[in-house]
Design a binder for this molecule. Structure first.
Ligand SMILES: *Cc1c(COP(=O)(O)O)cnc(C)c1O
Length: 559
């Protein structure tokens, strides 16, 4: 040490001398020689003031967690051009108006005589009933065609549907918020939670909330985790880590409740979440992770048992999205299919969303979110004791609500019963696996992952085959199926309504492929869906791309 120090000091002095020499030779020296303290002070103040102005007035939106730095700057430059370049904004406005017009035109085709004002005198019931008959007659040709993906899940049994309608109509004016006035809907609500929780491993007591649908169930679960993280762990900037294939409702929860959404990659051969990627994105601000059973887009299930062990180890929540698959998967073991553990009997699972209005076969407007503990559920509840209108508390997003949703679920669960559910579940799972097998035998396409529960998605294996063209051709043949992206695929969600037509589905897909093969250049662009995804994927800012989609909502709400 004693020898080292003089050497270091000597070397430092040599270095200083060298820099000084270098500085003397630079032209900057010419300018700085006449610079005095006053000049320096003025310059520093100008820099400070302009720096402060820039900090206050230039807005740089946050980078999305999974957005690359390059992608972020590309998006910022794009947004700058859109907002500040003369002509660009008005060009985009015009394109939006064109899109609105085209959406409105297609809505117009399905619109009958319009009402723009409250009629002076009420219309008589006979006239209204005539109109109703006309509407039912027309619409049922669409939703009841048996060539529709998802949407209508109940079995095509007219008597059953009529019975459900007869039961439910008595609750149109009910309001379960007033439990004292409508004790029946209160009881049905608690029983729907009890029966559903029992199916998912809550043997002694079920802890849940009845909601209007899967989206609300997921929103409430994410709200619970956010509030839990804040109160138990002091997390003020929460995040959740979800598979890229998780439902849009999780992104909505992120937007509504200011939770950062981190997206874990999907394995491109199994179409399950890449568990390592998911694990690597968890940090001390993570409140929960998510697994789908199955996901909507590809119909594949995430490895729930692995996710549960991660959640347990990290002491965070695990939400199972069984909105779509719940009422199919839960009966699988009863007809001899082992899907592994995914309910509350698996340590690590802390909440489950499950829709009665999908494979629960109930009328629309009802889902259940189940929680492992009452403490967690409490974080989703809303209450205010000091409100001027009186002490107020309600379990879900709604205040006043209609009892029809819960009545529909209660009637359906009671009247179908376990044995029939097992039968229906078997039919759907068998059909799913058989469809996947038949599609995998078509050489030009590939089934995404291993669909087991109730949806099947396929993608193209050939360069000349734009899979969206198959969608286009099938749409012209009366099919209403979905197109998915990342990767481009065609999805069908199997229901009691469409499983009878799957032979036709496979046949029509084969015929469409032959048609495209005969004339590939005509089908290169993939029709309307190909154009839509092509355009939105080219817009560098995903939020702006999303905003363009809102034009569609404008057209829905316009008469
Ligand atoms: C349908 C669905 C949801 C959302 O349910 P809604 O009832 O449409 O709000 C959530 N997750 C999955 C996997 C779904 O298929």
């Amino acid at each position: 040490m004693e020898q080292l120090l003089p050497i270091v000091i000597r070397e430092y002095n040599v270095f200083k001398q060298y820099i000084k020499e270098l500085y003397k030779q630079t032209p900057i020296q010419e300018y700085t020689r006449s610079f005095d303290v006053f000049d320096t002070a003025v310059l520093v103040s100008i820099l400070c003031v302009s720096g402060l102005w820039a900090l206050r007035n230039l807005k740089f939106p946050n980078r999305d967690y999974n957005q690359s730095l390059f992608g972020y700057f590309k998006a910022q430059i794009f947004l700058f051009l859109v907002n500040y370049c003369p002509g660009v904004n008005s060009y985009i406005e015009k394109k939006k108006q064109d899109a609105l017009q085209s959406f409105s035109d297609s809505m117009e085709k399905m619109t009958t005589k319009k009402t723009l004002k409250l009629p002076d005198n009420g219309i008589d019931t006979d006239t209204m009933m005539e109109k109703l008959e006309e509407w039912i007659e027309r619409d049922s040709k669409n939703y009841g065609s048996g060539k529709v993906s998802g949407s209508l899940y109940v079995m095509p049994d007219k008597q059953f549907i009529k019975n459900a309608q007869d039961f439910c109509k008595h609750f149109l004016y009910s309001n379960p918020m007033h439990a004292d006035l409508w004790p029946a809907t209160r009881q049905m609500e608690a029983e729907v939670i009890r029966m559903t929780g029992d199916l998912f491993g809550q043997e002694k007591e079920s802890i849940g909330i009845v909601t209007t649908g899967g989206t609300e169930s997921i929103l409430l679960a994410m709200l619970a985790y956010r509030n839990w993280g804040e109160s138990q762990k002091g997390i003020s900037q929460p995040n959740i880590v979800i598979p890229e294939t998780a439902h849009a409702a999780f992104y909505r929860a992120g937007e509504y409740f200011k939770i950062q959404v981190r997206i874990a990659k999907i394995d491109q051969s199994t179409f399950q979440v890449d568990v390592n990627d998911l694990r690597s994105q968890i940090d001390s601000n993570t409140v929960c992770i998510v697994g789908s059973l199955p996901n909507f887009g590809f119909g594949t299930c995430d490895p729930i048992e692995q996710l549960a062990s991660i959640a347990k180890k990290k002491k965070i929540g695990l939400h199972i999205d069984a909105c779509l698959g719940g009422f199919t998967a839960i009966f699988a073991k009863e007809h001899g299919v082992d899907l592994g553990k995914f309910d509350f009997t698996l340590d690590g699972v802390t909440s489950i969303s499950c829709d009665q209005h999908k494979h629960g076969l109930a009328p629309k407007g009802v889902s259940t979110v189940l929680f492992k503990t009452k403490q967690l559920r409490e974080h989703a509840f809303f209450s205010i004791a000091t409100w001027s209108g009186g002490a107020y508390a309600s379990p879900s997003v709604q205040g006043s609500k209609c009892g029809v949703g819960v009545a529909g679920a209660w009637f359906t669960l009671q009247s179908i019963g376990k044995k029939k559910y097992i039968e229906y579940s078997k039919k759907i799972m068998d059909a799913t696996q058989s469809l996947a097998k038949q599609l995998s035998e078509i050489p030009e396409i590939k089934v995404c992952g291993k669909p087991q529960i109730n949806c099947v998605t396929f993608m193209s294996k050939e360069n000349w085959l734009n899979v969206y063209s198959i969608h286009e051709i099938l749409t012209h043949q009366g099919w209403t199926i979905s197109s998915v992206q990342k990767p481009a695929g065609i999805h069908i969600s199997l229901t009691q309504q469409n499983i009878g037509n799957l032979k036709q589905y496979v046949h029509d897909i084969k015929a469409a492929i032959d048609k495209i093969k005969a004339n590939p250049s005509e089908y290169q662009k993939g029709g309307e869906m190909g154009t839509l995804y092509g355009t939105t994927q080219k817009i560098p800012d995903s939020k702006l791309a999303g905003q363009a989609l809102k034009v569609y909502l404008d057209s829905l709400l316009k008469i």
